[in-house]
Write a protein that binds this ligand. Sequence first.
Ligand code: AMP
Length: 214
Amino acid sequence: MRIILLGPPGAGKGTQAKLLIERLGVPQISTGDMLRAAVKAGTPLGAEAKAYMDRGGLVPDAVIIGLVRERLQVPDCSRGYILDGFPRTAAQAEALETTLKDLHLSLDHVLCLEVPSEDLVSRIAGRRTCRNCGAMYHLRFSPSKREGVCDACGGETYQRDDDREETVRQRLLVYEEQTAPLIRFYDGRGLLRRIPGTGEVAEIFARMVKSLGV
Ligand code: AMP
């Protein structure tokens, strides 16, 4: 199954993607995670991407499209994938259509997580990630047992640089301008399913599963 997870920063795409990949047995393709890995590894891609990420802007389409195109050729994608954080612009959505067409494939579903905009800043501000294994926590909604320490591996949990309030506001603006229009694009193709993104993580996941019929 080939699925796109759409929704603003802080809607819970990463959390829900991690649950979905377990259920479906397909990989999560998170362009944000791929870029953060490149930054951590100190690659030229990471150095280029970091400047955009730190400002809350988008990494140029050509870079992202190349990255995703390459990732989709990896054999683990043969049974499908969850795209999380891609596409984010009309150009990326069009490039994805072309890539899929070349491979004689199509998208199955586009799930859009809907969260009131006034909730997003506080949701993101409380977000913490494990530096070691990538597990995700929230100071209020799903805290680790010991603050700053990952339950899963004992690694250090931290706040992403771009999760600080001033950067978050910029990311939300960029989302409204560049990514929100994709909701209409996929609705027009009959692929869009709107999922209320408020409530408990398990409750939201149940809505996704029901919508997908899996
Ligand atoms: P995320 O983890 O999805 O919130 O992404 C973090 C940051 O990585 C974004 O704010 C962008 O700077 C960059 N990024 C991730 N995915 C994309 C994308 N599809 N297009 C452009 N920039 C991206």
